[in-house]
Design a protein around this ligand. Sequence first.
Ligand code: ATP
Length: 623
Amino acid sequence: MHASMSLVRQEFQNGDHTLASMLETPVYESWLRCLAQKLPMDGPVDYDFMSTDQLKDVLPRWQPLINSSRKHLDALHKSISGAGWSVLFTDQQCNALRVYQSKNVTEQRIVQAFRQGAKLSESNIGTTAMSCALAAKRFVRVCGEEHYRSAHRNFNCAAVPVFDAIGRVCGTVDITNESPLADVGAYYLLEACARNIQIELIRAIPDAIVIQLRAGHQPVGADHLVLAFSYDQQLVGANYIAQRFLRLDLQHQQVQFNDLFVDSFSTLFDKGLLKGYPFSLTLLGGISLQTEVLDLPGQSGASVPVSTTVGKVIDQSPARDYGDSRIQTSVDKSLRVIGRLPVLLLGESGVGKEVIARELHDNSAAASGAFVSLNCASIPETLIESELFGYEKGAFTGANRDGRIGKIQQANGGTLFLDEIGDMPVALQTRLLRVLETREVERLGSAKPLPVDFQLICATNKDLAASIDCGDFRQDLFYRINGYEVRIPPLRERPDIQGLAKRILQDVSNGTREFSHAALEFIAAYPWPGNVRELRNAIVYADTLAEPDTLIDMEDLPDNLQHQMNDQAQLSPAESNSGMINEVYEKTIRQAIDMCDGNITQAAKKLGISRATLYRRIGNKST
Ligand SMILES: Nc1ncnc2c1ncn2[C@@H]1O[C@H](COP(=O)(O)OP(=O)(O)OP(=O)(O)O)[C@@H](O)[C@H]1O
């Protein structure tokens, strides 16, 4: 094989393509593109990387793709790393979004090139499995000297394209090994990973109802068809299998629910309420498919494993940690009452009210029902009513022709989570109160009451007592929703911020990273005005941008945290009158001095404050 490939390459370089044209078509076509770009076949390859600033610019654009792929890439890496495979996830320009090096890697070029932000396009590094898979839109293996650049002759690669919710190529997953042997098992897992990422992208479509379908006789583990519909019945996502099975071309076609099925769209909601119970949908041609609702609008899905083709899909949700045992105690108590009393969660923005609401739902007797959330502050006042109560066919101009099921009805048999309840308009508070009293809901445009049964969890960061005083919140509704009140302390008041941070980092990095001592001290000292949301974002940021396989250090955390800390440290003690905050800054300053072995000038530089300010702060402590 080696001798013959050398001959193929030699003849190609001499302008004779007879042998090269017998290579796999995607590989030969890539060679032709490389030739057209005058890339040399021989000689060293220099890898090009995005600068940290460029990475910061593109990361927000990549984030949805990274989020949807993370757990499937983690699972792929775990499965095949021991067999020597490194995993690379790229965007559609072959820029490395996420990398996993095999523990057994020895080839220096893999060590060098497998870094986030590496620019690995064909025009930069010649033929690769990624560039071939992108062009051919299918699985391609490129082995040894099939790589255009001879520097890559020790690479054995395979790659598949990743398709987005409507079937456009949005990236690739590549696996690379130093061993030249084919590995059918690894290829199978690679293809399953790409299919699962597409399903995850479909499940991330906001406000879509996502269903999975299969023929009754399909064996366990076979791929399902996954379809997502918007409220107006339009097909907004379909996985690769569904696109082929139903002959769809979503990039160029608009498809409605009843272009595909004989059943009415409302079947999805009526049957979907019993989440987890399959029902039957019939295609226009008469084929009947077993259907299950994966996500209802308002629920963020993308967490339940769908395709079983990767074998056992790992549930990555860790045992919950709040950094405060008082919160766990309150959650445990709430669980005892939630079936009978509504729970009211109070706390600043970002403390984790929705996380706790989901935790309560998942561990309650209604866990098999839906968790339906409505943020009363984030949708226009005029829409809350139809969102909550739903409406009948033709209830008002612009209404969907089939009518719409409301959130209250969707939560039947499950949990209704009303976030920012303090922002609900007073007129609607009256209607909600009636539903809570009668346990019946009337859709807009209908006088027919429908019985409903759900657990209620409300949350707010407003002072409801003050809202009642000024007439913005009904007192009787307050008593109705406040069966059991849980006050969630802000992060800065929790005793074990470091423990929570470690747990989040473990989750985010899939157990591959830890914090340095200095970073942990900083985390404990910083006041976290954005609470756990801010902490989590900072950790995701650091995990994404820090060099692979290193500790997360203070410098890896977002710059703005350190600036905010320093700004506070610049304040005179009189300006910064909170004892807690003073203590926090003094602790940071002491740590900086320790880290600089007592050198005040260096410590001041590290903190970004003047020596005078630093002395003033130390003086403040000693007085
Ligand atoms: N205990 C926790 N462990 C890990 N992550 C958490 C925890 N609590 C909250 N988070 C994360 O913090 C972010 C904010 O959480 P959540 O939306 O539940 O807060 P909230 O109090 O409902 O905020 P808001 O009032 O702004 O709606 C989310 O990204 C969530 O994943």
